[in-house]
Design a protein around this ligand. Sequence first.
Ligand code: GLN
Ligand code: ZN
Length: 783
Amino acid sequence: MTAISKPSFPAATILGYPRIGPNRELKKALEAYWSRPAENPAQSVLDTLAQLHERTVRHLSDLGLTDAAAIPADTFAVDQTLDTALALGAVPARFRADGFRPAAPDTAQGIELITALSRGTDRLEPLEMTKWFDTNYHYYVPEIGPDTPLSAHPESLIERFVTTRDTTGAITRPVLVGPVTLLLLARPETTDAPGTQPFDRLNDVVDLYIQLLTALKDAGVPWVELDEHALAAEGWDVPRDTIIDALTKAYTRLSFPSNRPDILVAVGYGDAGEAAQLGLAATDIEALAIDLDRGNEPGEAALEAWGERPLVGGVVGGRTVWRTDLGRASETLDRLKATARGPVSVGTATPLLHVPHDVERETALDPDIKEWVAFADQKVAEVVTLSRGLSDGWSTVAAELGKDALIRSRRAAHPATNRKEVRARTAAVQQRDRERASADERRAAQAQRLNLPPLPTTTIGSFPQTPGIRTTRADFRAGRIDQAEYTQKIRAEIAQTVRTQEELGLDVLVHGEPERNDMVQYFAEGLDGFVTTQHGWVQSYGSRCTRPSILFGDVSRPAPITVDWTRYAASLTDRPVKGMLTGPVTILAWSFVRDDAPAREVADQVALALRDEITDLEAAGTAVIQVDEPALRELLPLTLADRPDYLDWSVGSFRLATGGAETATQIHTHLCYSEFETVLDAIDGLDADVTTLEASRSGSGIVDGLAAGNFPRDVGPGVWDIHSPRVPTFDEVAQRVRHAAKVIGADRVWVNPDCGLKTRGWPETEAALDRLVAAAVTVRAEL
Ligand code: GLN
Ligand code: ZN
């Protein structure tokens, strides 16, 4: 480490910034390309990416990230993990066999490849998607098997760095997922090579990172960031000791060559742990960023081993929309500065991917609440303020610290954050409020009431959200149509959806959710204690974005939310129509939740509101009610020790929501998006009568897991992957139904798609559901 004039690490930085664009430019460009590629070729996506990147860099330097390497150059295509996989040429064999070649993400060929990998094609199943640590973001799971050919593709990283430097003058810091984390996040290409795992390829992969780093150095890049967030999580297939050992070896090799940029290793999303810090300290990497929002302050041994190298203290959390407590952060930074041997910089604890761009745009937000909130731009400003205070003395930022303290006290005193009647109701909850009659009693009562065939068919709730439906909702919102016209139009949609389901021959119908923009926001709008935003979009996966509501105060239900629509749908048919609610855990997981009350309390407040809704649905004659909890797995803490408490309050709140339902009311729940194996006990603990699960992307894995005997409930493992427009063949669907019926038992299996159909079009929906019903009928006849 003797290079001359080595740039020092900047005093302020962030680990990443939202990439979708302040007006969702990237989403729009991608979707235009996907739906009308003739008019919008891949080049138009690249143009949008280039513009966005340039604007972001200029914007971040305006906000105060002015030093060389302070700005992460992470705004590539759609997903950082996928970008890194492409930089390593990791294209699965089935795509290669179909003519796809490795390509850097920022090329027309790369955009085509990303499109195919993320969406699949007529012939090819897409990459699996799964949650990114304990967030609501989903990444594409790279497939790396023992034989997957790998090759270095640094072109996009270089092109982005050079173009940005030439157009804006800014020296950016390319970001890649680090080799250890990438392989832990990956999965094998096939199940043909039992006993092997992606992690076995660490040596090959490190060779390629070395090539990437050399190429970046040759292009003039002074610093790179390698994200090793996996170190903050537990529960990997690889034992912790093996991971730490491999980490040390990998970074010893990576940092050995002299012809490379300086390396910042970042560990966000929690505590890296001392062993990992010592392991990294034993290598020649130049800087380390740690999460001081959720992680611990580093211990003496780690600081000693780390020596005089720069440390980035991630005191500004990237996971919530609340202002950082600047007073507390300044104390944390002071302590770190006093104990560290080298320079301390200020950073974010994670990339800012999980928060919207700029709260200043929220002109309709209640000004009292708005001042409590910090989106990405406000968090960048917090980082800059803290870094100024740390280097120039806290008195230089006294005004900012004083204002923050004042806002904090105003928030604590705001009446909506502490409502007596709401608190009294949660305080009075008893264990018996979370319990129903025995599963056997319920099963018998429901069978008699519903009288369904074996292998009953149903859907998960939503039907295609057509442009017409969106226009109706937008018109109503904007006051262009009145309540009467709105009701009439939504009823027409419901009527058509009910009719179609009857024609298709489904057994348990739904109303189709045309009135819902989003399964959480819809309920947030019907409850007190939430506000919604106009521009608060965050990327959820690929081009998909959500606009989480902000849960800022105590929650209650001023009036029934779903009852009228469900009652109307039920009036049109003799078949049962499922009531459709979003569960308390998912409402919390997909909102920005207050940080001034325990999650347990907040969840129970939401649960009691839903409990009242269930009572009202029952009174309207509803016999089947689904309470969706797709996010149950999402909030699961990364550290094993924190899991029991989470599972206790989350499962408890679901049971509080549903615990008042009558014995003959069939409660369904639905889960998707994640690996369920780790939470099967918790799913069982929900005590739902029927559980529908996303299953078709995971092969027969989840079904076999359910069959293993530890899940003695009725279950509907999805038989149609609704994430891509591809319609499954009859044989595929029938095979899945047959397999589920065989291993789980035909008396316990429901037949349904993986998830709701709102992102699908009508033609593929009707075609796929037709096959789904036909498959159920066929397998029924074989029983
Ligand atoms: N009922 C919801 C729907 O069908 C469930 C969505 C989800 O699980 N993500 O859209
Ligand atoms: Zn779902």
